[in-house]
Each structure stands twice: as structure tokens, then as C-alpha cells.
Ligand binder design. Structure first.
Ligand code: ADP
Length: 344
């Protein structure tokens, strides 16, 4: 259904041309991007200069027509006048050298596990690291880093991030009551995310790692557009069903001009205790091949490992539990690769 709605939106938008460039509003022309998530539509119109008044009519018409589409609950039209990523006036501002979004097309592929262990690995390289759990629909960072206390407010009315294992972290999960369902509407999502950036006393950081919610909805788009992302890392398992959704994530980042720093394949294989052989449960090399196809760096593969699952559940990241272990060393190697590529 979401594809049908998106194609209806574009059928309508293509009827209009940008008054400056004369190009039709078509994703192929990189001047429009629509996302649909739980009935909420976000349309970003990328214009070539700051003459925003020229675009008010088209945004009104687009909004009115999209609202008529069955299944659409709300429509948000954003006009952005940036030419490229570097000239963007970003809304979310913190003092950090690199902001990396960890993303996945699907839930349950190990995105949060990766975000936590990458953060700990970067920290072990003597870097100052913050971890922002932006997965507001299912925050799992508090459990994975073994924290359950609520953050305090400082005298400047900013939330003080919680520190554990030398990492600073913030999660909506620290603030909301456990287990209570949270219903987020579009504007609330933006507000909550902005609070977690600008409303937190992060201090000076080398890295802020953001655990994004899975998929390509409001929250992902808002973060990609409003924070000065250095780049994103896509996590996928090797099987086709996860890769199909990972591709959507790749395309979303490409469209909004966010560099993709690499793909990580999680749950690549399982080493049996008895026969010591590798078993490729979710197919073999799927994410690696995808990385080559899209010409994106392949950062590494993480096997399925019951210890890693247990460490996540008990709030002890694998490097803290066993720094010399094979999987800990895989995270260290990814962290080193990343830091090297971003420092050069
Ligand atoms: P996502 O953030 O993509 O929803 P999570 O990181 O929450 O996924 O992982 C989902 C579940 O799978 C968690 O219980 C986690 O401990 C487990 N898990 C993730 N990666 C692995 C792995 N490589 N081996 C074993 N368990 C894993």
C-alpha cells in the first residue's frame, strides 16, 4: 500500500515544474522526496535557491491532493532551499566531530546491538563517544548498556546524558515508563528528536552514534535533514528480505545527500559448537554483494553468537565482557577502519 500511495503522490507532483529550473517535481530529478509511514506522509521539496514564496502554491496543492488519498492521515510538506549538504543550515547542533547514523531497513537485524558495540569499540580507542537512541518506537539502548536510571536536568535546563562504560548516552527509554506503549505523531517525533540533540548537555564529543528506528519514515528523514550527519552505516542480515528494505534505506540517504560510510552484515553465519563449521543460516554474502553493487564500503561481518545475544540482554557490551574475544575484535576492527577513513 505504501508504494501505491507514493506512486500516486509522484504522479501528481510530476505535473508541476520547478519555476526556477523548469524540471518536473520527480524523484528522478532529485527535487522531491516523499515518505509514507503509518498513514503519515512527509514530502520534501528541494528547491534550487531561497525564493520560497514561488513554491507556496505547489505545496498547498500537493498537501490538499495528498490528503484526499485513502489511507493518508497527515501530510507534512517541507521546502528546503539548500543546494547541497554542506550549505544546509542544520537545526540540531552539538559540539561533535562526527555524527554517524546506524540504520537498517528492517527491525530485528541487530542495528542497536551494532550501535552499542561500535560505540564501545570507538571509546576503547580513547575517543569521546556519545550514543543517542533515536529508536523512539522501540528504545533498546538502556537495556543493552545496563542503565535504568532517569537523567537529571542541569542548571541550564539540559538533560545530563547517562554515563556507563565511559559512554555518554541518551534515550527516550530513560524518560518514558517501562513497557508503556508510546504513540508518536509526526510533529512530536521531530520535537522529541530535537530535544535529544539540543536539549542534552553532550559536551564535546569525537563521535555521536545514533541508533535510528528501522525503516525510512519521519524520524529517519528528520534526522538526516536536520542533523549534520557525517554519514550513515547500514546494517543488514544477508537474506533477501532484509536486503530489499536495506536498499530503501540506501536510496533514502542518497536522495538526501547523506554519505553512506558502509554496510555491515550481521548474523552472517553461525559456528557450531560441535562441528566448528560455519553455517550460513540467512544465506551467504548477501550484504557484501549489495555493498559491491552500490559501490559502498563493506565494513565487515558479525556472526550469530549466543554470547553476543546474552551480553546484550544483560547490559554488558561484548568488548567490556571479553575484550580479546573474536567478536569484540571485529567491532574494534570496524571502529578503526571508520575512524581512519574519517580522520584522513
Ligand atoms: P534491531 O536494532 O535491528 O531491531 P537488535 O540489535 O535489537 O536489532 O537485535 C535483535 C535481537 O537479536 C536482540 O535480542 C539481539 O541481542 C540479537 N542479536 C543481534 N545481533 C546478534 C548476533 N550477531 N548474534 C546473536 N544475537 C544477535
Amino acid at each position: 500500500m505504501s508504494n501505491e500511495i507514493l506512486s500516486l503522490i509522484y504522479t501528481f507532483s510530476r505535473k508541476f515544474n520547478d519555476p526556477k529550473t523548469n524540471l518536473a517535481f520527480d524523484p528522478k530529478n532529485k527535487n522531491i522526496l516523499a515518505t509514507f509511514n503509518n498513514g503519515n506522509v512527509n514530502v520534501t521539496i528541494q528547491i534550487s535557491n531561497g525564493d520560497e514564496h514561488l513554491y507556496h502554491d505547489i505545496s498547498r496543492l500537493l498537501k490538499k491532493n495528498i490528503e484526499q488519498i485513502p489511507g493518508v492521515l497527515s501530510v507534512n510538506i517541507i521546502i528546503t532551499a539548500e543546494k547541497n549538504q554542506n550549505s544546509v543550515e542544520k537545526k540540531f547542533k552539538i559540539d561533535v566531530k562526527n555524527i554517524i547514523a546506524v540504520a537498517s531497513g528492517k527491525g530485528g537485524v541487530g542495528k542497536s546491538t551494532f550501535a552499542v558495540n561500535l560505540s564501545v569499540a570507538l571509546k576503547s580507542l580513547n575517543l569521546r563517544v556519545g550514543l543517542l537512541d533515536a529508536d523512539i518506537y522501540g528504545p533498546s539502548i538502556p537495556r543493552m548498556i545496563g542503565v535504568s536510571k532517569k537523567p537529571e536536568m542541569n542548571k541550564d535546563k539540559k538533560l545530563v546524558p547517562i554515563e556507563n562504560y565511559g559512554l555518554k548516552s541518551m534515550s527516550i527509554g530513560y524518560i518514558l515508563e517501562n513497557e508503556s506503549p508510546t504513540i508518536w505523531r509526526g510533529p512530536m517525533v521531530m520535537k522529541a528528536l530535537e530535544q535529544m540533540f539540543n536539549g542534552v548537555a553532550w559536551g564535546t564529543l569525537d563521535y555521536l552514534i545514533i541508533d535510528l528506528p528501522p525503516g525510512t519514515g519521519d524520524a529517519q528523514l528528520s534526522l538526516a535533514q536536520n542533523s549534520k550527519l557525517t554519514g550513515s552505516i547500514i546494517i543488514s542480515t544477508p537474506q533477501e528480505v532484509a536486503l530489499t528494505d536495506a536498499r530503501k534505506g540506501i536510496n533514502m540517504f542518497k536522495k538526501v545527500g547523506v554519505r553512506i560510510l558502509g554496510i555491515v552484515e550481521n548474523m552472517s553465519y553461525f559456528i557450531c559448537d560441535k562441528c566448528s563449521e560455519k553455517h550460513f543460516i540467512f544465506s551467504k554474502d548477501g550484504a557484501k554483494k549489495e555493498a559491491h553493487k552500490f559501490n559502498i564500503p563493506f565494513l565487515g561481518e558479525i556472526p550469530i553468537d549466543s554470547k553476543l545475544r546474552h551480553q546484550s540482554d544483560s547490559g554488558i557490551p561484548c568488548y567490556i565482557d571479553n575484550p580479546e574475544g573474536d567478536i569484540s575484535q571485529k567491532f574494534i576492527s570496524i571502529a578503526k577502519q571508520l575512524d581512519k577513513s574519517l580522520s584522513s
